[in-house]
Write a protein that binds this ligand. Structure first.
Ligand SMILES: [Zn+2]
Ligand SMILES: [Zn+2]
Length: 129
């Protein structure tokens, strides 16, 4: 048993050699949103402390506006990385696609690849070009 230096295979824990992307599970999305929420409240707390610290200042202190945040991301476009060792690797075509949430070693059906834009047609060149 060697100590893995890099990421470990999601199936057996051996050092990983390949990886692919997967969607976030509902739990991971909740986690991410909680982290974002915590970050936002830190920013707001810092802002409120700043406001409080200059409240009694004899001269008016210009204050930045209270930060406003939009709605939390639903992480629909976020991905996490799945790692695998050579034994549990999937083929490259499958690894190029985004896998379902919770995919660890691939027993899922990956999303189809996005349509690739076809090369724009080259304009016809005059003879000699
Ligand atoms: Zn493995
Ligand atoms: Zn998968």
């Amino acid at each position: 048993m060697t100590t893995p230096i890099g990421p470990a295979c999601g199936t057996c824990g051996d050092p990983a050699v390949v990886h692919w992307q997967r969607r976030l599970t509902p739990d991971e999305i909740t986690d991410e949103q909680a982290k974002e929420q915590a970050r936002r409240s830190e920013v707001l707390t810092a802002h409120d402390q700043l406001v409080a610290s200059v409240k009694d200042s004899p001269t008016p202190v210009p204050l930045p506006a209270r930060p406003e945040f939009g709605p939390l991301s639903d992480h629909a476009d976020s991905t996490n990385v799945v790692h695998a060792c050579a034994k549990h690797a999937i083929d490259r075509d499958t690894a190029a696609r985004i896998h379902q949430a919770g995919c660890t070693g691939c027993d899922c059906t990956p999303e189809p690849l996005p349509e690739t834009d076809t090369e724009p047609e080259q304009p016809e060149l005059p003879p000699g070009w």
